[in-house]
Ligand binder design. Sequence first.
Ligand code: IMP
Length: 420
Amino acid sequence: VGLQWGDEAKGKIVDLLADEHDIVVRYQGGANAGHTVVVGGKTHKMSLVPTGILHPNVTAVIANGVVIDPATLLKEIDGLQQNGVHVGGNLLISDRAHVIFPYHRKEEEAVETGHAAIGTTMRGIGPCYRDKYGRGGFQVADLYCPEYFWPRLEAMIAHKNAYLSAVLPGGFQPFDAAALYREYLTYAEQLRPMVTDTGEYLHGALAAGKRLLFEGAQGALLDVDHGSFPFVTGSNSSAAGVWSGSGVPARRIDRFIGVLKAYTTRVGRGPFPTELLDATGDLIRNTGREFGTVTGRPRRCGWFDAVLVRNTARLCGVDALAVMLLDVLSELDELSICVEYVCQGKRTTRPPANCDQFAACQPVYRTMPGWKRDISNARRLGDLPAAARQYLDTISELVGLPISIVSVGPDRAQTIRATD
Ligand code: IMP
């Protein structure tokens, strides 16, 4: 699970750990996520399909908590197959997952062009979750029940057309219910072999002693309950989403790995106390290639914020940390880590709930020397310069957890297991 604002390079960690598991499960989010995995110099970009699909012996599961845009999913499956990845019986889709329709993206457009914009990925995620919680959405299973699906879709589209023509000032081409119905039945037929009761499947797998790996999308600071509201995503992107989003109870999970960058990034709007709006921020962005996988937007970059990560690690019940992209900091003379905030004149280690108060928090930094050396070939902790080890030790001490993995480059091989 990501402990920051997403993009912590979770895809690489899942890819590394997938070999030790039989099943990899996505439990929340949708095509707002972007996972890049580099294997043997070949780059795979995934959005909805769990990264575990790259392993021939792993079954990838898109569980009930995910919101699925069927056109995007089918395109992604096609792209993977063209890239030589087998997708067949090894991908399962929950019949309870909610479905994204084109009107969801239009609704998002209406919000994101107004004063309440939060800088979303424009994939229809928030509106789809809103319909789910408003009890108006459609589950994958509903697409296979025409007597249920058609009248409800027709009524829904009449409602959405009325709403959208009122809120989209530039004019709006109303949706044709019958055409959309036919389009979604076609998608449903294409997906049919993969659709199943994934909750039942996962419980059966547990009973058979199979090893499950849950792959978080976004990060805990974007969690709709625990994140920097309202600048969050529509799901529980902390570990809190595992149980509701998969049907597997929390007590069946043995170990939580918190994935974090050696610095902080954020895409979209919202508070970011350690943001660097200077040349150092630009250096991190360019060295770390900090541009969105899904939207291509430049990511906002800043110092590592131990206040936030200590809170999200606690929230997620994390056992150990995976520190990613340490190599990106190699050119810096000096590094800072936020250890505390000053909020409304008081020192605190807890971010305030209100976003304006959070945005006004002043970070208190601990500064330490950089290592100024290429570390991308390090394969053991002992290969790292003393200053890099000191930096990692400081993160571990401030967050209060051991570090089990350190990543020094995008390739699978560029990884240090702290036990090595
Ligand atoms: P949404 O998930 O598209 O509704 O976007 C809500 C917020 O979450 C925006 O600030 C997005 O930039 C952010 N967000 C959503 N998905 C990701 C992700 O995978 N990585 C980083 N940020 C994300």
